[in-house]
Ligand binder design. Structure first.
Ligand SMILES: [Zn+2]
Length: 446
């Protein structure tokens, strides 16, 4: 029990976490007691805990970093996948763009082609309008012609409109139509200007026609009274003869008939004007009557007119009874030349019973003249004679009481009074002389 002395007398409590402890250490020099104080225990424990903590922390960090790396790898893989997809998309878009460019190029070609067509059609339309304008100048008042050229222009306009439509569709597909619309609107404006120009031309033409109608109206107003006056006088003279004037107006188909030229439809006035039509009718009638005058027996059969017996009922110079005298007797010396009173053809020449030596001539309009009691006949049947030609000599042949010419005028084989023809001829001749005097009258002296 010697070692007991080495045991501390006052022992600390054996209980508690860090109560001081004595540890026996054996070494070559014996057994010794080493006291482990409370502070030393706490320090040892603290160091141990720190070491353990660090270990845990390091382990945890290592594990965490591995997770992060894995996640990052996954992300990278995902991004790479996405990148590939996007590259495909880009390629696809590039192909689409190329295709659209091709399509656009084709559309531009089509548009240029249509542009050419449009230009051509506009030119054709312009040429048609120019032709229409020229035609309008030539046939200013021809409504039919204007309508015909309008039809041509309308057809061209329709073709032009179709071309515009095609063009519009191409532009729509390109979505660049606005420029062209503006151009088309400009062209439309030009068309409207041309239409307005045509309207103005039409107005000018209408004005000119109105002026012509005015001048024509004045001419009609001046000419109508003159024509009507002349016509009335001539109709009066011819009417006094007692023959049908309408027959003279409508003409005669005999070969010796006067020239009668009716107006053809083309020569009739195109502008319907009642006054103008009346004037034209009057002039035509006057011309027809004037043309009839030279072929009617208006002349005198002998130069020295000495009437011994008139036309109509009279007492017969031979038997003293009342009888109808179908002609006029002209007294004169035997041998006096007897003249034919109108152009015509000899139808009788020679002895004719009571008429003695007789000549009968057929004229136009169914008129015949007879020259009787001649001492000599100087024509033969079939001879063509002109007014004033000598057909024989005055005589006393046949049933006659003295030298005289028995002169007859028959119209449609009905005897007429020869003196009325002669009087009408004198009036016509007087008026001709008056007219000639008026026309030849010199300007009055100042
Ligand atoms: Zn007689």
């Amino acid at each position: 029990m010697s070692n007991d002395a080495r045991i501390p007398k006052t022992l600390p409590s054996r209980t508690g976490w860090f109560a001081p402890r004595d540890i026996a250490v054996r070494d070559p020099w014996g057994v010794r007691w080493v006291r482990v104080s409370r502070g030393a225990q706490v320090s040892v424990l603290a160091v141990g805990l720190a070491a353990f903590g660090w270990f845990v922390h390091a382990s945890y960090r290592t594990l965490a970093e591995q997770d992060i790396i894995a996640a990052r790898d996954a992300t990278i893989a995902r991004l790479e996948t996405r990148n590939d997809a996007q590259s495909d998309e880009v390629e696809r878009l590039e192909r689409t763009i190329a295709a659209l460019q091709d399509e656009r190029d084709r559309a531009i070609l089509a548009r240029n082609s249509l542009d050419k067509e449009l230009t051509r059609r506009v030119r054709e339309r312009d040429e048609a309008l120019a032709a229409a304008s020229r035609l309008q100048t030539i046939v200013e008042n021809s409504e039919e012609s204007r309508i015909a050229t309008s039809d041509v222009a309308m057809t061209l306009e329709n073709e032009l409109a179709t071309s515009y439509l095609k063009r519009w569709r191409v532009e729509e597909s390109l979505q660049v139509a606005e420029d062209r619309i503006a151009a088309l609107e400009e062209q439309g404006g030009l068309l409207r200007d041309r239409a307005a120009s045509s309207d103005r031309q039409a107005t000018v033409l209408k004005d000119r026609i109105a002026t012509l109608e005015l001048i024509q109206g004045e001419l009609v107003a001046r000419l109508a009274p003159v024509t009507n006056n002349q016509l009335a006088r001539l109709e009066g003279h011819l009417g006094a003869i007692g023959i049908d004037i309408e027959r003279l107006v409508s003409g005669d188909d005999a070969e010796v008939g006067g020239p009668f030229i009716a107006l053809t439809d083309n020569e009739r006035p195109t502008i319907v004007d009642a006054r103008l039509t009346a004037l034209a009718t009057g002039i035509q009638r006057l011309d027809a009557l004037r043309a009839a005058l030279p072929v009617m027996p208006l002349a005198e059969p002998v130069d020295e007119v000495d009437i011994s017996s008139r036309f109509g009922n009279r007492r017969d110079p031979i038997n003293g009874r009342l009888a109808f005298h179908a002609g006029t007797d002209f007294r004169g010396p035997v041998g006096t030349p007897v003249h034919v009173t109108a152009p015509g053809e000899v139808i009788r020449a020679g002895w004719a019973g009571a008429y003695g030596r007789m000549v009968r001539v057929r004229h136009a309009f169914g008129i015949e003249t007879t020259y009787a009691h001649l001492s000599r006949v100087s024509v033969k049947v079939g001879d063509k004679v002109e007014v004033g030609d000598t057909v024989g000599k005055l005589g006393n042949s046949g049933r006659s009481t003295g030298p005289h010419l028995h002169y007859e005028v028959r119209f449609d084989d009905v005897p007429r009074d020869p003196l009325r023809f002669i009087e009408a001829g004198r009036h016509v001749q007087e008026e001709r002389e008056q007219q000639a005097a008026v026309e030849a009258k010199p300007e009055p002296a100042p």
